[in-house]
Design a protein around this ligand. Structure first.
Ligand code: S3P
Length: 173
């Protein structure tokens, strides 16, 4: 069958551990549109992992790359589903670009759910602190008001299967 058509790119935003990549990938498959992931694209463009970029070039460098990658991915001729890193939607410039070319979907989850999803992974440089749980809580509190600016909010709770979350996003779109 021919690939699906979307009027706008669906942009997944929200905290680390919310499920942006897993739900975004499944949503793209369901819609038969391309799936794009800004973190993965940054890693390919920089030829190194995100922890390496943070360690070698610093967060400001990463944020600059992130904005450029998101701008490029949003302007592809065929719209798809774009997963962004947890910090991408904090920048007013990024939010403006995203609202121009896309519809933003905040995947919401409780702090406890997020913590349980990220606590065993060592891939998030922002959580390499003495007290990663407290760090996550502080990020959560400061970011929620900005994620709330997304066009849609969909709950991504602890137990729901990915397909259920895809159904919720589709129902909200
Ligand atoms: C970040 C989240 C990460 C990645 C980077 C910074 C953040 O993406 O972009 O480590 O600021 O929350 P995920 O949300 O996919 O973990």
């Amino acid at each position: 069958s021919p690939p699906g058509r979307l009027k706008k790119t669906v942009v997944m935003v929200g905290m680390m551990g919310a499920g942006k990549t897993a739900v975004g990938r499944a949503l793209a498959a369901r819609l038969d549109v391309p799936f794009l992931d800004s973190d993965a694209e940054i890693e390919v463009a920089a030829n190194r992992t995100i922890p390496e970029i943070f360690a070698n070039e610093g967060e400001a460098f990463f944020r600059d790359k992130e904005s450029r990658v998101i701008a490029r991915l949003l302007q592809r001729p065929q719209h798809g589903v774009l997963s962004t890193g947890g910090g991408a939607f904090l920048s007013a410039t990024n939010r403006q670009m995203i609202s121009l070319y896309g519809v933003s979907v905040w995947l919401q989850a409780d702090l406890e759910v997020l913590w349980n999803r990220v606590r065993h992974r060592d891939t998030r440089p922002l959580l390499r602190t003495a007290d990663p749980r407290a760090t996550l809580a502080a990020l959560y509190d400061s970011r929620v008001p900005l994620y709330a600016k997304a066009d849609l909010a969909v709950n991504s709770d602890g137990q729901a299967a990915i397909e259920d979350m895809v159904d919720r996003v589709l129902a909200a779109l």
